[in-house]
Structures are given as C-alpha cells and as structure tokens.
Design a protein around this ligand. Structure first.
Ligand code: ATP
Ligand code: MG
Length: 419
C-alpha cells in the first residue's frame, strides 16, 4: 500500500484525556480512533493488526477442533433469568435496552446463556458430543473504569469458545488442549515470554480457573510469579495453602502487575443445569452436559503488545502481528531516479508477496518520514535515498535494533525473509 493513499495521518499528541500508553501510541500512529472513554474505532492499520491477531486465534482454535459461529448481540432476558444473571444486583456491567413493544433486551457481555439455550436443539445424545464452538464477536460491558485504553473497553471484541462434553474427564482433556493452544497464541503474538498461566478463582465446579497474565506495569491485576516454573498465582487466591498445594515456594514468588489477556474456566453444569442442556448416554441415562468457557480479548491483546513492545519512538510490532511486513521509506522522492528506484523496489516486494507499506509521500521531510516509520512500528524498514542509490543498495533496519545494514537490491528479498 502506498502511504500517500492512506487516509490516516500520524500526530504528535494523543488526546489530552487519554492516559493509557497503548491508546496514546495507537492513536498517534493512526491505528485507532477514540470515540469516548472505553470506546475505540479500528482504522485501516489497526484493523490489519486486529485481523492478524484474529487469524492466529482462529488457526489455533480450529486446530483443537473449534467450529466458528457468530451469535447475536441482542439477548433475550428469559435465558438470563434462568441462570440468575439478568438482575443488575448480580451483574453490574449490563447495557440494556427495550424493543419498541417495551420488551427488555440485553446487549451480550458474554454468551454462556445464549449458546447453552441454542445447543438444546443440537445436542441430545452422547453421539452429539463433544462440541467446541467459538466466535469472535463484539461484547458490551458497562465497565466502571475505562482508563486503560484498548485493554478495558465498554465495547470490545472477544474470542469466546464454549466446550460441551460428556464427562468431567473429557472436559479436563479439552481444557488442557486449550491451555496449550493459548500458549501458542500468545507466543505467536509476541508476548509468550511475559505471559504466565495463572491460578485464579474457580467457582463452584472447579477449585481454580486459569488466567493468562502478561506481566506489565500497565496491568490492573497483581500476580505472584514463579519465573522458573513459569506459573503464577493471582493475588485474589494467594494463601499459604495454595502455594503449598501448587508445590511452589513463597520465597521464589515475585509480585508483578499484570494484564489478563485470556482465561479458561471449567463451568461444569453451572449453565447446563438451569438451562436444561442434557444428553442421553450410552446406557440410556439422561445426564447434564459438562461445559467450559475460554476467552481471549483480541483488542486487549493488541493493547498489551503495545504496552510491552514499544520504546520512546513508538511501537515495535512482532512480525506475525504487524500491519505490514516491510516499510519502504523513500527519502528525496522528488528526485526522479530515487522515485524510480523506490517504485521498482515496491513492485518487486509486492510481486514476491511481501505485504509492504511504501512511504511515497512527497511533502514530508526525511526526519518526519523516519519518525513516522518508528512510530508505526513495522518490523523491517528499507530506506531508499541518494546515498543508497550510489551503491545500488537499500538500507535495511529492523525496528527493534539500532544498526542498519546496506543490502544490494538483488539480495533484498532473501534479506527480508531471513531478517
Ligand atoms: P477483567 O477481570 O479484566 O475484567 P474478566 O474476568 O471480566 O476480565 P472475561 O469475562 O473472562 O474477563 O473475558 C474474557 C477475556 O476478554 C479477558 O481475558 C480479556 O482478554 C477480555 N476482556 C474482558 N473484559 C474486557 C474489556 N472490558 N475490554 C477488553 N477486553 C476485555
Ligand atoms: Mg471484567
């Protein structure tokens, strides 16, 4: 894509009321737009990043048997009354509205009720199980505080998977497979090193749930981390008994602030009982379906990546997440030879299938272009200038590194692939 065609522009300052680093950088670089507190639109660059994260999540969910669907935002109160989660004294994040007829409607903040009610049509026998269904869909939550940018939206995207199994053992096996898939997702998203599987409160059907907590000063949670064993305990459940039960040692646990990027939860029959989702087993007995739920916030994940991987100049996208693979920055593009060399480099990369952003803008100075490239954060930058033309080369620099190298034009593609 030619940068002269991109309608977004970088800006020097974020909105004065934006206090979160992730939102400040993403707004300044033109990835998102702030509509109001906790409500952000995705612009072309931001939508590319979100799409890349969703692709990673889809691939890993499909690999463990997930089937994608899309449930509705509008929620019928009947199912929520059955599970006792309609009342605002039980759930304080509801956004509710009414149909023209006066009927109450809720805007979905999660989808256990809707999917459990729906599955009654499709699950009757043990032969119908297991089912692993997921969606990537917009949730609405009337969060009391929304000062963390993309990390705590009032409207935000969630990947939510629901598992329906015959037995507790089947649930346990899928739960473990999903935990592994989550580890692959966060590794591919570039935050594997800082993300810990964390023991958290479990509810009535399981002693613990697991959160995936990314260590970050911007986090709203507090966890105690064993860096060697690569597990953590959420402060909410930290007791001497829990530490002992998990075979950990109080002295090696480090207190850290962290961001919950995902969680997995054994629901048991918490929803299948009140909503009447059961199946007939091999011996003809009727049994409740055993459920689990598994969430990841792709927007929160994007915010977390920016919090963790940025410097004073801007964002540093991991390769698989970046809006483009390569950023060509053409300096002195008013000069015809430089323009020609830049255009042909862009064409060469594009025909090699390398997704490239090409800064072909004529009105910007070299300093402005380089600063914009650092702010936007594409991992590989190629500079074309009078100096590089002299040696029939381009200057290649990785966003995360300080030094640039000269690469001969003929070797550029190989250099990018191995960068
Ligand atoms: P938190 O404790 O941070 O409010 P939660 O326990 O309410 O999170 P879940 O309901 O389990 O979160 O949602 C699943 C995932 O959705 C979370 O792990 C997180 O990645 C994401 N998520 C939750 N709330 C928000 C939000 N307000 N904005 C963005 N992402 C969110
Ligand atoms: Mg919450």
């Amino acid at each position: 894509m030619k940068q002269s065609q991109l309608f977004t522009k970088t800006r020097k300052e974020a909105p004065a009321d934006e206090v979160a680093k992730n939102a400040q950088l993403l707004i300044r670089a033109g990835f998102i737009n702030k509509e109001m507190a906790g409500v952000y639109s995705y612009l072309p660059l931001g939508l590319r990043v979100l799409g890349n994260l969703e692709t990673i999540i889809r691939e890993e969910m499909n690999a463990i048997g997930g089937q994608e669907l899309l449930l509705t935002t509008l929620q019928d109160k009947e199912s929520w009354e059955k599970s006792d989660r309609w009342d605002e004294s039980k759930v304080d994040v509801w956004f509710k509205t009414k149909l023209a007829s006066g009927t109450d409607i809720g805007l979905g903040w999660t989808h256990e009720e809707a999917i459990t009610a729906m599955m009654r049509q499709y699950i009757q026998s043990y032969r119908d199980l297991p089912v692993y269904a997921y969606q990537i869909q917009t949730k609405f939550r009337n969060e009391a505080r929304a000062k963390s940018g993309l990390m705590r939206g009032r409207e935000f995207i969630m990947k939510d998977l629901y598992s329906f199994s015959r037995t507790q053992e089947d649930l346990d096996a899928f739960y473990e497979a999903c935990a592994k898939a989550y580890e692959r997702i966060f590794a591919r998203a570039g935050i594997g090193e800082i993300t810990y599987r964390t023991f958290a409160s479990g509810g009535a059907f399981s002693k613990y749930s697991h959160e995936f907590q990314a260590i970050s000063a911007a986090g709203e949670d507090v966890v105690y981390v064993d860096k060697e064993k690569r597990i953590a305990i959420n402060k909410e459940v930290l007791t001497d008994e829990v530490i002992a039960e998990l075979g950990l040692n109080k002295d090696t646990l480090v207190e850290e602030k962290s961001i919950e990027v995902g969680n997995i939860f054994k629901l048991g029959t918490r929803f299948s009982d009140p909503l009447g989702l059961s199946y007939v087993n091999e011996t003809g007995e009727t049994k409740p379906v055993i459920m689990g739920s598994y969430g990841i916030g792709p927007g929160r994940l994007m915010g977390t990546i920016v919090e963790a991987l940025s410097d004073a100049k801007g964002i540093i996208w991991p390769r698989e997440v970046s809006p483009f693979e390569v950023h060509i920055v053409s300096l002195g593009i008013d000069n015809e030879e430089i323009r020609k060399a830049s255009d042909s480099l862009y064409e060469m990369l594009t025909s090699a299938g390398i997704d490239t952003l090409y800064d072909d803008r004529t009105e910007k100075s070299a300093g402005e272009k380089l600063a914009d490239a650092d702010l936007i954060g594409i991992p590989v930058r190629l500079v074309v200038s009078a100096r590089t033309l002299e040696s029939a080369s381009v200057e290649m620099k990785k966003r995360a590194e300080a030094d640039a190298v000269l690469v001969r034009a003929a070797d550029v593609i190989v250099a990018i692939k191995t960068a």
